[in-house]
Design a protein around this ligand. Structure first.
Ligand code: SAM
Ligand code: 2KA
Ligand code: SF4
Ligand code: MG
Length: 242
């Protein structure tokens, strides 16, 4: 039996980000990442701080846990991480969920390809801007988007760039120029990952959202785009498992 390293399973909640923002969904968060973004809001998936919480689970065990906590109150599951694209056997979980008519979304940064990408109903690829301190492998990203296009998956795909500053804006513009046919999202960066009262964080993040909106409104290269906050952080702050 193939097993996946799972760090948390939670929901139902709303998808707080990106192409299906607001969608009722369950979350499966896998452990391990090939990146170490300076501002990662899920660093516990790769920095060792939650390593005793990692459970190796088969697809059936993941499905049973989803049903145990979500009952009949969901028909959509989002797989995130860490980087779930490190795991070859996620494809088996996707097939199992589809066999129960459950839709599947997945979040990854575009550093690795898996053949099962073509099975994902809502695939978010989130390349990392300079503020993350990570370096984009453009050859890999080109290849991933070319594969998705070849398999007619672009209607199921989106690009999402988190923006913290002017350099990130330039990076986001480059990404959109490079793949103009892929639905493009700009997302507010959360620069306060310390536990603070949700209301305090929300006010701060809304002013960052206003800044991001203004940047995009003033750009002629960013017309066919969407600008979004992370709604779950507006509602629940940095709380885990929501
Ligand atoms: C935690 S990551 C996991 C999936 C994958 N590793 C990735 O980065 O796409 C999920 C999403 O959260 C975003 N994210 C992480 N930290 C963030 C922060 N501090 N503010 C805003 N978005 C953040 C990532 O850019 C990504 O789009
Ligand atoms: N509600 C909610 N929406 C999310 N969208 C992406 C998330 C993630 O951590 O990948 C996330 C998350 O952790 N919670
Ligand atoms: S790629 Fe995603 S999970 Fe990995 S460090 Fe960056 S934001 Fe965190
Ligand atoms: Mg998150």
């Amino acid at each position: 039996m193939n097993k996946l390293p799972v760090l948390e399973i939670f929901g139902p909640t709303i998808q707080g980000e990106g192409m299906v923002i607001g969608r009722k969904t369950m979350f499966v968060r896998t452990a391990g990442c090939d990146y170490s973004c300076a501002w990662c809001d899920s660093a516990f998936t790769w920095d060792g701080s939650a390593k005793e919480d990692i459970v190796k689970m088969t697809s059936e065990e993941v499905f049973n846990r989803l049903k145990e906590i979500g009952g009949d109150q969901f028909d959509h599951v989002t797989i995130s991480g860490g980087n779930p694209a490190l795991l070859q056997h996620v494809g088996e979980l996707i097939d199992l969920l589809h066999s129960y008519d459950i839709e599947v979304a997945l979040e990854t940064q575009g550093s690795r390809w898996q053949d099962w990408f073509v099975e994902v109903d809502d695939l978010t690829i989130s390349p990392k801007p300079p503020s993350s301190k990570m370096k984009t492998n453009w050859t890999m990203l080109d290849d991933i988007l070319a594969q998705l296009e070849k398999h007619s998956r672009l209607p199921h795909t989106s690009l999402k760039v988190v923006v913290f500053d002017d350099n990130d804006m330039d990076y986001a513009t480059n990404v959109h120029n490079r793949y103009p046919e892929v639905p493009f999202f700009l997302q507010v960066g959360n620069d306060n990952l310390e536990a603070v009262a949700p209301n305090e964080l929300a006010g701060h993040l809304l002013s960052k959202y206003e800044w991001l909106i203004e940047q995009v409104m003033n750009s002629s290269a960013l017309n066919d785009v969407r600008v979004l906050p992370q709604i779950h952080t507006l509602v629940w702050g940095n709380k885990r498992g929501v």
